[in-house]
Design a protein around this ligand. Structure first.
Ligand SMILES: Cc1cc2nc3c(=O)[nH]c(=O)nc-3n(C[C@H](O)[C@H](O)[C@H](O)COP(=O)(O)OP(=O)(O)OC[C@H]3O[C@@H](n4cnc5c(N)ncnc54)[C@H](O)[C@@H]3O)c2cc1C
Length: 555
């Protein structure tokens, strides 16, 4: 934990050195002693300390200084650190000024120069002041702080990124806490920069303005560049399938890297509770599963890159991946585990309010903000059911909108039962979203009721959309064979009329999870015909490693 600060201010360098020396000798073990030779410089320094979230226990200033006297300085310092103890250093001639300052300017104490011996004229009084300060001091949060507003899509994207990458942070909603004095002081200390939201403040005092996940990723040590340019196995996508392949590949001696553009865990990482994964009878959250798998992969030496793959090509036995930052790596075996992404809901207002009350997927970050609100969940599959159960813990009312007449054909029975037993979840059947309304954030939705053909306009604080998912594999179209919806074909699916795929030159059929390009494999939800489950993704990722060994033995 960073030590709290004792700040002394004096334009006379001899006096400044002497007071710093005496403070350090007595308090150096518990406090950081800082000196400044100008009141203006000291005020600037206090603002920087405020932005860094450092604690300031004492501000001690000489009364006679050019441009600003000690009393004036201590009054200004109080605006930034009201809880810090304030003391004045005075010459005998200024005693009267000091006494009236105690009354008028709320100064805690004044010391006469010279203060020798300090054990008699300085330390006893300072001990009292510091004890008093310690009694009400609460150490400040020391990690990353994110300043933004709830309805800003940029703030949402950043918070979601941090949460899903398990980076702890403190969220400060500058609108909601606009009347909080500490937030006000922080914004004042930031000055005009406080308008460049979202602002990320790091414990080392640095900050990022109008921050985007890629910049923050670099700063918090998520690797964005590969350590070497060649790997035995490279995996694109860090969902359950990619993570399983990474763990099995690396544990079996393959030099393995995995690239993930958002956060390891994939869709599973967004699930509030996975109840059907073997070995976890009480269920576990997707975030927990992702974190455990990450630790396991890292323990076996998997290199994890926070990047987006944007291209793949082959050169002889090499498979080459191009990243969004234009860097490339090559590998012998490549695994595509890019999963699926949410289908978009087409209705007026949806795109405009996305991230400002309308979200695709779980929105784990948002659940806590839904306290006492009316939440709509669109979709009737398990993912929608899990989300509804999660939001029901916080929201006043959760309404599930489905087109059909029940959930029975789309959702697991255990979830249907849980939903029935949750009084603040309501099911609205024969319903679809016709329009989303709101200026800066979602306020109402229009719902088309197919049984009555009427449109009802209802208040809504947030809407979470779970209406199925599709693979985003267009960027791989010229490389691997896909079905009409973009899912990647593998193994037996590539054999047509007994013929191996076009251009296939090997004396064997493609392996079970291999694409039409030898050495390029596809696993998990992105694969044509896959079962869309965590366990099946994990199974495919691990099984594929066996075929990779066979492939590598002949490269
Ligand atoms: C809310 C929710 C709840 C669910 N609940 C359950 C459940 O209870 N039980 C169950 O068995 N299943 C559940 N599922 C389904 C399960 O999560 C998926 O089947 C599983 O995650 C698929 O794993 P995957 O690795 O194939 O793909 P994904 O999990 O989709 O992961 C793919 C990853 O690849 C990354 N990626 C994509 N393109 C690129 C690129 N170009 N460069 C870099 N990275 C890229 C993505 O960011 C993503 O992280 C749930 C799904 C959701 C959304």
């Amino acid at each position: 934990m960073a030590k709290p600060i004792l700040l002394s201010v004096d334009d006379d360098s001899d006096v400044l050195r002497a007071i710093e020396r005496d403070l350090r000798a007595q308090y150096g073990a518990e406090y950081r002693v800082i000196g400044s030779d100008s009141p203006m410089g000291a005020l600037e320094l206090l603002k920087q300390l405020k932005v860094r979230n450092d604690g300031v226990a004492l501000v001690l200033a000489d009364q006679r200084m050019p441009h600003m006297d000690g009393v004036g300085f201590l009054q200004e310092a109080r605006q930034i650190y009201p809880e810090a103890k304030r003391a004045l250093l005075t010459a005998y001639a200024d005693t009267n000024a000091a006494i009236s300052a105690i009354n008028q300017a709320n100064i805690d104490y004044f010391f006469m120069k010279p203060w020798d011996p300090p054990a008699e004229h300085l330390y006893p009084q300072l001990n009292d002041l510091l004890d008093d300060w310690q009694a009400s001091y609460r150490p400040a949060f020391e990690g990353i702080r994110v300043l933004g507003t709830r309805w800003s899509p940029q703030s949402y994207e950043l918070r979601d990124f941090l949460a899903r990458n398990h980076v702890p942070y403190q969220w400060i909603d500058v609108e909601l806490s606009a009347n909080d004095p500490e937030t006000k002081r922080l914004l004042e200390a930031l000055g005009p920069e406080s308008a460049s939201l979202p602002v990320v403040l790091f414990p080392d005092g640095t900050k990022l303005l109008e921050s985007v996940p890629a910049d923050v990723a670099q700063k918090v040590g998520l690797r964005t560049r590969a350590q070497t340019d060649f790997y035995d196995l490279a995996i694109i996508g860090g969902g359950p399938a990619g993570l399983a392949a990474a763990v099995y590949g690396a544990s079996e001696g393959l030099h393995t890297m995995m690239v993930e553009r958002e956060a390891p865990g994939g869709q599973a990482g967004m699930s509030s509770r996975i109840e059907n994964y073997l070995g976890f009878p009480a269920g576990l959250s997707g975030g927990d599963l992702a974190r455990r798998a990450m630790v396991q992969a890292q323990r076996f030496g998997v290199e994890i890159l926070s990047q987006e793959a944007v291209g793949v090509r082959t050169e002889g036995p090499y498979r080459i991946i191009k990243f969004a930052d234009n860097n490339e790596i090559s590998c012998h075996a490549l695994m595509i585990a890019t999963g699926v992404q949410w289908r978009r809901l087409e209705a007026p207002g949806i795109d405009r309010l996305q991230g400002a009350g309308i979200y695709y997927g779980g929105g784990a970050t948002e659940a806590l903000s839904c306290k006492g609100e009316i939440i709509y969940v669109v979709g009737g599959a398990n993912s929608a059911g899990q989300a509804a159960m999660n939001f029901a813990k916080y929201a006043e009312r959760v309404v599930i909108l489905v087109r059909g007449d029940s959930l029975s054909s789309t959702m697991s029975q255990y979830l249907i039962d849980q939903i029935k037993e949750t009084p603040n979840i309501q099911l609205w059947t024969h319903a679809s979203v016709a329009e989303a309304h709101g200026e800066t954030h979602l306020e109402e939705i229009s719902v088309l009721c197919s049984d009555t053909s009427k449109v009802e306009r209802v208040p809504a604080n947030a809407m979470f959309i779970f209406i199925g998912a599709l693979p985003r594999t267009d960027w791989l179209a010229s490389v691997v064979e896909r079905d009409e919806r973009g899912f990647i074909l593998t193994g037996p699916d590539l054999i047509r009329d007994g013929q191996r795929p076009k251009g296939w030159a090997l004396e064997r059929d493609p392996f079970l999870l291999e694409t039409n390009i030898p050495g390029i494999f596809a696993v998990g939800d992105v694969r044509h015909g896959s079962v869309k489950r965590v366990a099946s993704g994990v199974g495919e990722g691990s099984v594929a490693v066996q075929f990779i060994h066979q492939y590598l033995s002949k490269v």
